[in-house]
Design a protein around this ligand. Structure first.
Ligand code: SF4
Length: 361
C-alpha cells in the first residue's frame, strides 16, 4: 500500500489536484494552437484515452485567443503553457485557460510576474511553476553547480525562489515541477523537494525520448517517486502521438495499483511452443481493448498447453494451437475453436463480457 505524501488541494477547472484527489494524467498537444480544429481533434483523442488535463503551447496572441474556441469544444481542463511573454499568460487567462504553466524566472522581471499573478488571482487560475535543468538562474548555477543525481540544489532552489515570488503577490494555488532529462536527477530532486514543500508536485522526465526509451525512463523515475507517495499529477513525455503518453501513464498507474482505467491485457512473450501468429493476434486484441472501458483482465497466449494456466488470473483469454485454438475463462477451457474462427468468436465474447461488466457497474 502506497502512503501518499499530504499536499494542498485545489482545482484546475473541475479536476482536483493534490490532497485526496486522484493522481491525474496529463498530456500536451503538438498541434498549432491557433488551428482550433486540429487542436480540438487531438484533445478529443486524448479525452478518449482518459487524459485528465491537457496543456497547449501559447506562442502568440492568436494562440491565446484561440483558447476560448478550444475550450468551448472540449471537456477536460486546459492549461496554457507560456514562456517569456507575460502578456500571453494574462491573455490566455482572459480567454478561459483553467491553468497556466510558467517559469516566473523567464517572464522578464518581478513586475511582470506580479501582473501575471494578479491576473491569476482574479481569474482563480492555478499556476504551475515549472523549472527545468536548462532554465536555472545563473546565480544559482554558480552557487550550487549544474544539477546532478547527487546535487539537485540549484533546481530545487530555483523552483522555491519562483514559488516565493508567486506567494509574495498573494497567490497560493501553485503546483511545482522540476524537470531534468536524467532519471536519477529527477528522482533525487523531487524527493528533496517533497521534503521542503506541501504544494502539489507535477512529475515528469523532460526530453525522455521515443516510445521505448521514453517509457522506460519515465516509468523508472515516476514509478519510484509515485511508489514512495510523491507526485500528484504527471505527464509522460514521449516523442510520439500524445495519446501514447496517456496510455503509458495509465499503464504506469495500473502497475502500481494506484488507478485503473479500462481492461488489462496480458500476453505471453511467445516461445518455441507458439504455433499461431500471436503478434498479429495480440495487436488486434490490443486495438480493440483500447476501445473498452470495463476493468476485465484479458489474456492472449501462445499455446494451449500452458496458456490457460499461465494466465489463470484472466477473466477471459485466448490461446492458439495447431489449427485449433481455445478460449478460456479463469484458467478453465470455455470453448475449443478452429483457428480461423478463433478471433471472431473471441471478440464476440469479449464484447458481450464488456457489455455485461458495464451493465453491472
Ligand atoms: S504460454 Fe505457451 S507459448 Fe506462451 S510463453 Fe508460455 S509456454 Fe510459451
Amino acid at each position: 500500500m502506497i502512503l501518499r505524501k499530504k499536499t494542498r488541494k485545489f482545482h484546475i477547472g473541475t479536476v482536483g489536484i493534490g490532497g485526496d484527489s486522484q493522481i491525474t494524467v496529463q498530456s500536451m498537444t503538438n498541434t498549432d494552437t491557433q488551428n482550433v480544429d486540429e487542436t480540438v481533434d487531438q484533445i478529443h483523442r486524448l479525452e478518449a484515452a482518459g487524459c485528465d488535463i491537457v496543456r497547449v503551447a501559447v506562442l502568440d496572441a492568436d494562440a491565446a485567443t484561440a483558447i476560448r474556441a478550444i475550450q468551448d469544444r472540449i471537456k477536460i481542463p486546459l492549461i496554457a503553457d507560456i514562456h517569456f511573454d507575460y502578456r500571453l499568460a494574462i491573455k490566455a487567462m482572459e480567454y478561459g485557460a483553467d491553468g497556466i504553466r510558467i517559469n516566473p524566472g523567464n517572464l522578464g522581471g518581478e513586475e511582470k510576474t506580479a501582473l501575471v499573478v494578479e491576473a491569476a488571482k482574479q481569474h482563480n487560475v492555478p499556476i504551475r511553476v515549472g523549472v527545468n535543468s536548462g532554465s536555472i538562474e545563473k546565480d544559482l548555477l554558480k552557487q550550487y553547480g549544474y544539477p546532478t543525481p547527487d546535487n539537485s540544489s540549484a533546481l530545487i532552489e530555483s523552483a522555491l525562489r519562483n514559488v516565493r515570488l508567486v506567494e509574495k503577490y498573494g497567490h497560493d494555488k501553485i503546483k511545482i515541477s522540476i524537470k531534468s532529462a536524467d532519471v536519477l536527477t529527477t528522482i533525487n530532486s523531487y524527493r528533496q523537494l517533497a521534503k521542503k514543500t506541501d504544494y502539489p508536485l507535477h512529475l515528469g522526465v523532460t526530453e525522455a525520448g521515443g516510445l521505448i526509451a521514453g517509457t522506460v525512463k519515465s516509468s523508472v523515475a515516476l514509478g519510484i517517486l509515485l511508489s514512495q507517495g510523491i507526485g500528484d499529477t504527471f505527464r509522460i513525455s514521449l516523442t510520439r502521438d500524445p495519446v501514447e503518453e496517456v496510455r503509458v501513464g495509465f499503464e504506469l498507474l495500473r502497475s502500481l495499483k494506484i488507478r485503473q482505467r479500462g481492461p488489462e491485457l496480458i500476453s505471453c512473450p511467445t516461445c518455441g511452443r507458439t504455433r499461431i501468429d500471436l503478434f498479429g493476434l495480440a495487436e488486434e486484441v490490443e486495438k480493440f481493448v483500447q476501445t473498452m472501458e470495463s476493468p476485465l483482465k484479458i489474456a492472449v497466449m501462445g499455446c494451449v498447453v500452458n496458456g490457460p494456466g499461465e494466465a489463470k488470473q484472466a477473466d477471459i483469454g485466448v490461446a492458439g494451437g495447431n489449427g485449433i485454438g481455445i478460449i478460456f475463462k479463469k484458467g478453465e477451457i470455455w470453448k475449443k475453436v478452429k483457428e480461423d474462427e478463433l478471433m471472431d468468436i473471441f471478440m464476440a465474447e469479449l464484447k458481450l463480457m464488456e457489455l455485461e461488466s458495464l451493465r453491472d457497474k
